[in-house]
Design a binder for this molecule. Sequence first.
Ligand code: FES
Length: 171
Amino acid sequence: MSDTKAPCAGSCPIDRARFLRSAAVAALAGIGGAALLADPAFAQSVDSVVPTRSQGKVLTYAVPAKEGALIDAGNGVVVARVKNTVYALSITCPHRAVTTLEWMPDAREFHCPKHDAHFQSDGELIDGRPDRAMDRYAVRRSGKTIMVDTAAILQQDTEQDAWSRAAVTVA
Ligand code: FES
């Protein structure tokens, strides 16, 4: 059964329909440390990641080396690099806070399977029922890492300025 396959080690583009379950399996299997980079043949990568450090609600991740989405399923955080900008996004759909979004690597967007909404890789809403973009976490850069404050979740509609600033430049 494909859901029980061993997670890939080191490099693995994940099937779009199952990436979250695969990410969760990888996290449960203890694959962690630095970001696991996907196949370089993909312009946008997706893979699982766990924080290199946790201090209360502040999670530290290595700066993604390339464009794509790194999924921390355990904490519900997506570390998304779009060109030279990194965002920390909530993996939960802003329409209903119980639905987990999927990353569609070919389309380079997030998808909500519940009501078929779509979001850009930086979290901006493309279409669908939500009335706002994906929520972002406050993020700052510290050397070769980024620090994500999961206590500071920002909603585009109510905290527009802070939401817009919730990004770091990495190059
Ligand atoms: S729960 Fe995601 S669009 Fe409705």
